[in-house]
Design a protein around this ligand. Structure first.
Ligand SMILES: Nc1nc2c(ncn2[C@@H]2O[C@H](COP(=O)(O)OP(=O)(O)OP(=O)(O)O)[C@@H](O)[C@H]2O)c(=O)[nH]1
Ligand SMILES: [Mg+2]
Length: 682
């Protein structure tokens, strides 16, 4: 028995399954559930019958769009697996899951294009200090040697990828694996346990070489092993297993297992490695700094079920939990558990209690959100996890097709936003639009499908309005007289104004040079009010900015003048005067910072001028080997669907941040289009 790792952890575990898109995570979960008997057999993802991707949205797009929880038992121990979506657009789903899990199984494949996506995941795991195993999937169609593949994948990982198994091939096809620690061969059988075999003679030399390289890596963290290797002493197997466990748990290496999720091969070895080496909740509790001696619960996901019940899928980090228990949020509020369930995809099995390590769904925690920390301690404990969704990169404005659905739609969006904290919703006062923002076109498409499908609300969606403004290029002087005589009191206001352009960003300035009281003080105020009101919609149909107006002259009538009359006179003067000032449209221009894998940098730079952008420069992304940052300015109107092009140029991984930079004049065809779209063509 080794001493570094301190033996096997037997408590319930929570394992996140992550990895680049379409690497086989959902297939792997399905294989695991079949192998452990939680489901009768493995369904292919194409059938739409997997435990994970049962939602109509996932089926429609043949990709996972949310995290799915499934608890199973393996050799008498409970393990909850969480299948996380691979697309960067749904990456935020994994964050609250990863925060509270014990280990991540990273499903990867021999595909060069997916290395940046793998790197993103590995960095996230580094940031959160989550130990990991890499499952090199799709070995059934592997052409390259596994060691070459690992060399290719290594730049994505900051810690050494430690090959634990090598394939056994026959006629170039992988038919089994050799475990380098056990020194045993396993011949694959489809959907069944592999057959233990002698290491084939042809593979012996390769096995010894690969094993030595595994031991060398382990020796980097074990001086005793290093001495043994130097003195050519065969280290005892127990010591090797102990090093493997200790280094995995410490995050010092990432062991690599191979297999084919689709054929159910290599799954049992993976399960055994998890059973033997994974840390349990105690390590996770310490990592998160959760106190002992009380119940602490971390919320990983919020689900509104089809029957309308809310579930908060949660990890019990310490203590225990009974149904109807009262818990405190970090802000001191209380909440009451109403139902504890074990999860298997969309199915829930009721339980009476949960203990430390369990991952369970808690019913009806109305005031509780994903990522929050609940505790039995009076007044609550500080939050253990802070979730910060990245800046949205795509938006659309929506409204229900039928007005009667307005209230229903806003309630449904509230629920969706509760399920998905990376979704943001705002009301744009300017355009009277409800704007949803998220992390890509597919992300928002799925939201829309959920509104239309699950919630039965037909939606009209369009690109959100760009906040155009208008200004003037010339000065003008204009008189405005408002005079009406219709029995009784008349109305009289008379003003002379000078309208002048101001530098960009100045806004609106009002002055007066009235002398001798030709316009009394109170009516000067009315003139300003009238002008401000006029400026809300200028001659081109947009709010007017960067103008100065001076009231230079005018006259009044002792009886007929009024506040209203002077406002009218001012508006009249503006309306006529502005036409002579050569009005022009202004569009917002943003500063964008695009992050991209370096091999796509030239493609990204090429698309900037196509979107009327100006490149400010590009450089290596600090602290991100293999990535660049491209800085540019670009009109907001061109950024609306920028992300679609960025993602397609980079196998889905590039992203950007945009901040307002300045307003710029817009003329010609694009200006006409903007005005037409606004319904007020000049
Ligand atoms: N040849 C081969 N194909 C596989 C294997 N595992 C998965 N696939 C295929 O890879 C594709 C994607 O599988 P999924 O399990 O949906 O992948 P995923 O990682 O869950 O995808 P996302 O959740 O959308 O990121 C499907 O067409 C699978 O049939 C495997 O071991 N071998
Ligand atoms: Mg999936």
């Amino acid at each position: 028995m080794g001493t570094r790792a301190g033996g096997r952890r037997t408590g319930p575990k929570c394992i996140a399954i992550v990895g680049p898109f379409a690497s086989g995570k959902t297939t792997l979960l399905e294989a695991i559930l079949a192998r452990t008997g939680a489901i009768p057999r493995q369904s292919p993802v194409s059938s739409g019958n997997t435990v994970s991707d049962h939602s109509p949205e996932a089926r429609a797009h043949a990709m996972s769009v949310e995290a799915t929880f499934a608890t199973t038992d393996f050799m008498g121990e409970q393990i909850t697996f969480v299948d996380c979506p691979g697309s960067i657009e749904f990456a935020f789903e994994a964050e609250p899951v990863l925060a509270a899990c014990d280990l991540a199984v990273v499903v990867a494949e021999a595909d060069e294009k997916k290395i940046p996506a793998l790197q993103l995941i590995m960095r996230k795991l580094d940031d959160l200090a989550i130990p990991r195993i890499l499952f090199l999937n799709k070995i059934d169609k592997a052409i390259a040697g596994v060691r070459e593949t690992l060399k290719m994948l290594q730049p994505a990982s900051s810690v050494p990828l430690l090959l634990r198994q090598i394939p056994v091939r026959k006629d170039g096809i992988v038919i089994g694996s050799i475990d380098l620690a056990l020194e045993r061969a396993y011949i694959y059988r489809e959907y069944a346990e592999s057959q233990v075999a002698e290491i084939p003679n042809d593979d012996k030399a390769r096995e010894l070489e690969a094993r030595f390289s595994m031991l060398e890596t382990l020796a980097d963290h074990d001086d005793h092993l290093m001495e043994q290797l130097l003195e050519e002493i065969e280290p005892p197997k127990d010591a090797i297993f102990d090093d493997l466990s200790a280094d995995l748990r410490a995050g010092a290496v990432t062991p690599v297992l191979i297999g084919s999720a689709e054929k159910g091969n290599g799954v049992l070895r993976l399960l055994k490695a998890i059973r033997h080496d994974a840390p349990d909740v105690e390590a996770t509790r310490k990592r998160l700094g959760a106190p002992e001696g009380q119940t602490v619960v971390q919320v990983m996901k919020t689900i509104h079920t089809a029957h309308g019940g809310k579930l908060s899928v949660s990890r019990v980090l310490s203590g225990q939990l009974a149904d109807a228990a009262e818990l405190f949020l970090s802000n001191g509020e209380t909440t009451k558990v109403s139902g504890i369930y074990r999860m298997l995809g969309k199915d829930q099995i009721k339980q009476t209690s949960a203990k430390a390590g369990d991952t369970v769904a808690l019913g009806k925690l109305d005031n509780v959100k994903t990522g929050q920390t609940l505790s039995s301690a009076k007044g609550g404990i500080r939050p253990l996890v802070t979730l910060e969704p990245p800046q949205p990169v795509f938006a659309f404005a929506l409204r229900p097709k039928e007005r009667k659905d307005e209230v229903k739609m806003s309630a449904a969006i509230q629920r969706l936003a509760e399920e998905d904290p990376s979704l943001s919703l705002r009301h744009n006062q300017d355009s009277a639009e409800t704007v949803l923002s998220g992390h890509g076109e597919m992300h928002l498409r799925v939201v829309r499908e959920r509104l239309e499908g699950k919630n039965q609300i037909p939606i009209e969606g369009h690109a959100p309005a760009v906040p155009y403004r208008e200004t003037i290029r010339k000065s003008a002087q204009q008189r405005g007289r408002h005079k009406k005589q219709s029995g009784g009191h008349g109305q009289f206001g008379d003003v002379v104004i000078e309208i002048k352009p101001l530098p960009r960003g100045s806004g609106f300035q009002f002055t007066d040079t009235i002398t001798g009281g030709v316009v009394p003080k109170t009516y000067i105020q009315s003139v300003e009010t009238g002008i401000r009101d006029y400026l809300k919609t200028g001659p081109l149909g947009f709010p007017v900015v960067d103008v100065a107006v001076n009231l230079s002259d005018g006259s009044y009538h002792a009886v007929d003048s009024s506040d209203m009359a002077f406002q009218m006179a001012a508006k009249l003067a503006m309306k006529e005067g502005m036409a002579a000032c050569s009005p022009v449209l202004l569009e917002p221009v943003m500063k964008v910072e695009i992050v991209t894998p370096s091999d796509a940098t030239s493609k990204i730079i090429a698309l900037i001028p196509q979107r009327r952008g100006q490149i400010l420069g590009y450089d290596a992304r600090p602290d991100w080997p293999g990535w660049d940052v491209v800085e540019a300015t670009m009109p907001q109107a061109e950024i609306g669907d920028l992300i679609i092009e960025l993602r397609s140029a980079t196998a889905g991984v590039a992203s950007y941040k945009a901040t307002f930079d300045h307003m710029a004049e817009l003329t010609g065809r694009l200006a006409d289009e903007a005005m037409n779209a606004n319904g007020k063509a000049a």
